[in-house]
Design a protein. Sequence first.
Length: 269
Amino acid sequence: MELITSAANRYVKLARSLKERSWREKRGLYLIEGIHLLEEARQAGIPLEVVLYSPQILAAPRGEQLVAGLQEAGYRCLAVTEELMQAISTTVTPPGVVAIAPFQASSLTRLLSRPSPLLMVAAGLQDPGNLGTIWRTALGAGATGLILTRGSVDPFNPKVVRAAMGATFKLPVVSGVEPATLVRELEACGIKLVVADVGAPLVFWQADLRPPLALAVGSENHGPGRELLAAATARVGIPMVRPVESLNAAVAAALLLYEALRQRQDFCR
């Protein structure tokens, strides 16, 4: 087993550069960190440019099995020193294995053309943990896609990828969508737009949340934005007992998604 010891190695340099959004977008690549996420990526058939691992991970049966399986499947797997793994990783405690993967490309047209679409729209969401949680929740609730409007956090930010816990590989995403473009395309496809709004007169379970549907939540500071609110088929609120005035965006998204799932299942029975 050859051990990479130099920070000048091209794969090490590439991995380190992908900590920055600008380099991720320039190269169309991102980082997948840790045994669990790489197991999920392999199961989903995600292509990997290269896998970098610390020899210490081979001491654990699960780590040894992962690396051996990736090697047998034909992936390029390279051992690096603990110091280099620390430099590559985006976590305080390095996970021992990091892979470089290409973006899973999708398009707004493709998402809107899916049968009976149930889309989650994150409008200007900035918190990576919230976005990752919404991504995972949307997958669990049977959504068909995730749409991020312009100004939202990078969906391939390492914190988003970790929080999504594998949903990154299974639920397609489109980012950087202009709100006006989204509104126009939803209308053209006959897809309802339901927007979460603190001041809405309608409680979310009173709205028709059966597909074809796009559910939108905004950032806690700025909300979903004027364009989406103005174009909404329905604006819905979540009742709260004082003194609470608003909910975390991921919690709000979960309530809407699972109400949509409940209504859809009731309708199908």
